[in-house]
Design a protein around this ligand. Structure first.
Ligand code: SF4
Length: 338
């Protein structure tokens, strides 16, 4: 099989698996050892949540010698702000192309703004509005402060999961727009009320039969204990292969593609970042919407996202609308809904 260009890679550091919310649609409910069912029927699954302290994260991420291989560094969770040294970590880690926080925005944004000013650094906040727990007025008040400080993502200023039977998703999307925020609706991934959506069931649905595939991931997750793993699926497993540990400052080479034998039991949250191919022919079985190579257009996209231009949200909305129109009749329509 011919060599392919480099992947556009993201390092996704989960500072903690804990969360102060308990959304009924949280995909951290999926059990890997049984068929996937409606997520609201099970509990949030927290695997090992042994956490590293702030100074360990700061030293490890600052010393990481392969930063240039990654287009972004994301701090996520659970809810990353529940880490006791959250503000220090996100502002004292430096030298990456861009830093992003994926959050439910339950933290005090004024503290983040002050810490960024103190450290003379920028971290872009990409908040999700979880309507079962967040209050609209409080949430938008925080968006106002972040936007004024230049820390709110203009690429994805607010995201809301679209649940087909919940009017709130659309209602809140419209309320955000009236308030001046171009909220994006995201397709729910997994089983919902008996229907499986987004990824192929025979890869991510936890069916009985598993198969061997060539597998590749654009996201390199890092567990709360600092272990670097291959794909998000591995963050739900205690005994997966790791590629070193950020906080121990010990790193191993990470292959572009590996062979896995459990395609059928991969975690749904890995689906959008990954690609699966037939081992013999290299024929593509699945490719998620966020699986990208480092092409000119990906570099441009990353450049614009890092610059965080104020017109990005409107531009992205227009592009998504066009893509959705073009792909409307295709079952694999993967773009965001709006
Ligand atoms: S805020 Fe996110 S991590 Fe927390 S319960 Fe909701 S969906 Fe899950």
């Amino acid at each position: 099989m011919p060599a392919e260009p480099k992947l556009s890679k993201i390092m996704d550091v989960s500072l903690t698996r804990s969360c102060n919310y308990d959304c009924s649609y949280c995909n951290q409910r999926q059990e890997l050892d049984q068929p996937m069912y409606d997520l609201s029927e099970s509990k949030r699954k927290i695997m090992s949540n042994q956490r590293r302290k702030g100074p360990e994260w700061i030293a490890g991420l600052n010393a990481f010698p392969y930063k240039a291989d990654y287009d972004k560094l994301i701090f996520s969770g659970g809810e990353p702000s529940l880490h006791g040294d959250f503000f220090e970590i996100v502002t004292q880690v430096k030298g990456w192309r861009s830093k992003l926080i994926v959050t439910n925005l339950s933290f005090d944004v004024q503290k983040l703004i002050a810490a960024c000013a103190r450290e003379k650094t920028k971290v872009i906040v990409q908040p999700s509005f979880h309507f079962e727990f967040s209050q609209f007025d409080e949430f938008t008040g925080k968006l106002d402060k972040l936007r004024a400080a230049g820390l709110l993502s203009n690429f994805i200023p607010v995201s809301i999961v679209h649940l087909p039977d919940r009017a709130e998703s659309l209602d809140y999307r419209d309320q955000f727009r009236r308030r001046g925020y171009n909220a994006s609706l995201y397709r729910f991934e997994g089983y919902y009320k008996g229907k499986f959506s987004y990824a192929p069931l025979d890869g991510f649905g936890g069916i009985k039969e598993t198969k061997e595939v060539l597998y590749s991931s654009c996201v390199q997750p890092v567990k709360p204990n600092g272990d670097i793993v291959y794909c998000t699926t591995d963050t739900y497993s205690e005994d997966c292969v790791n590629y070193g540990n950020i906080c121990d400052q010990h790193y191993l080479p990470i292959p572009n593609e590996i062979t896995i034998r459990d395609y059928g039991h991969r975690h749904i949250s890995a689906a959008s970042w990954t690609r699966a191919r037939q081992p013999q022919t290299g024929e593509r079985i699945w490719q998620g919407k966020n699986f990208r190579h480092r092409t000119t257009s990906t570099r441009l996209r990353n450049f614009l996202e890092n610059k965080n231009y104020s017109w990005l949200a409107a531009a992205k909305h227009t592009v998504n609308t066009l893509q959705n129109k073009l792909k409307k009749d295709r079952p694999e329509n993967q773009t965001n809904l709006d």
